[in-house]
Design a protein around this ligand. Structure first.
Ligand code: FE2
Length: 180
């Protein structure tokens, strides 16, 4: 875990409120590309193939949260949102497919597909904001791990919701809340 200590120190200093997003992004970018230590690597390797994901909160402060997610081969995190939040994501082991949607009309539950990328440790930080890339889904392409910075954190009025997608006019999708 020591490889992530500089990130956690930066997060303590910069999560706010308000967050200093540039400083947080720099701290994420500076995480060494293979930041998992042997213990976490062994834990990732030992996850049951049927498990979807496990998450550890590394830091929770009033301005936000830093979490580490471990996903076994075949696992993933269904489409979900980060209402009103900024999200920074960095893969630290393995590879995953990240599919993003932009928030278009939260009241009507409409979103616009914003592409997908295969990401590994060499790809640096992927940022989502309150509108652009605010929803995403993660599919593991083998055992993988990523670090997430949320600013602010989920909380009252900002629940994390999971969604199924229905086609909607204009190339949009209608989001239908579902269980994770
Ligand atoms: Fe997320």
């Amino acid at each position: 875990m020591h490889a992530l200590a500089p990130l956690l120190a930066a997060a303590r200093a910069h999560l706010g409120p308000p967050p200093a997003l540039d400083a947080l992004e720099q701290a994420m970018a500076a995480v060494e590309s293979e930041a998992l230590g042997p213990a976490l690597r062994a834990r990732l390797a030992g996850l049951a193939p049927g498990a979807r994901w496990v998450g550890d909160d590394l830091l929770v402060v009033p301005g936000g949260r830093v979490s580490l997610f471990l996903i076994p081969a075949g696992g993933g995190i269904p489409l979900h949102d980060h209402p009103g939040m900024d999200v920074l994501l960095r893969v630290v082991a393995g590879r995953l497919r990240l599919r993003a949607l932009d928030r278009v009309d939260p009241v009507a539950g409409l979103a616009r597909p914003a592409g997908e990328r295969v990401l590994g440790p060499e790809d640096g930080v992927v940022a989502g904001g309150p509108v652009a890339g605010n929803l995403h889904a993660v599919e593991a392409l083998g055992p993988c791990a990523f670090v997430d910075v949320l600013a602010p954190d989920y909380g009252p009025g900002r629940p994390c919701r999971y969604y199924a997608e229905m086609p909607a006019p204009g190339g949009l999708v209608r989001l239908v809340e579902r269980r994770p």
